[in-house]
Ligand binder design. Sequence first.
Ligand SMILES: C[S@@+](CC[C@H](N)C(=O)[O-])C[C@H]1O[C@@H](n2cnc3c(N)ncnc32)[C@H](O)[C@@H]1O
Length: 201
Amino acid sequence: MHLTKYDHAPRLPEGERVDLDALIPGGGDLMLEIGPGRGMFALQWAEQHPESRLLALEIRRKLAAVLADRLAARGSTRARAFAEDAGVALPRLGPDASVAWVAVHFPDPWWKKRHQKRLVLKDGLVTELARLVRPGGTVLIQTDVEQRAEEYRARFEAAPEFECVGDPWVPESPHAPARSNREARAIADGLPVWRMVFRRR
Ligand SMILES: C[S@@+](CC[C@H](N)C(=O)[O-])C[C@H]1O[C@@H](n2cnc3c(N)ncnc32)[C@H](O)[C@@H]1O
């Protein structure tokens, strides 16, 4: 078998259910980041919140491996990255209502119609987030694609479990100063960022 440099990218344990408290023990509120990419947000946030836990799910094995290594190098097991498709992994995660925050930064840069099926944020994902996020918990989504922002908002507003915080956009990330790579780039370039926060009822 041909091994590549990133075959060590961590995967979630096999089985029907993954217990988040067993996966990342030690207590503390849990942040779920979907699609961390190069991982700046996860690294900064974990540094700023040593009392909390972070789970990052990144579909690209190389990016997941690099982030997992960088998180492990901090010497803490409270922030972990796995090479997983969030759409496949989320239905396996539990227990229900165990996630305090979800962050999805710049998830879908594609704008063409044919990319629609590759969207990260689809209806099924909203249903799983409604199950996983605890009452009062929040989902932050940010993007530099206005059309995508409107689509995400419509999806969450159609979910009775969530209420929109903001008017409808929020001017700043509730998790600042932690920034994702694309967020930092958009800010540096002076590009508009559409941010929205939905609270679990
Ligand atoms: C445009 S990048 C943004 C990266 C990062 N969030 C940022 O803001 O800099 C989107 C990221 O989502 C990841 N991604 C796409 N589909 C995914 C899925 N189904 N599950 C997990 N990650 C996914 C991509 O591999 C990529 O790293």
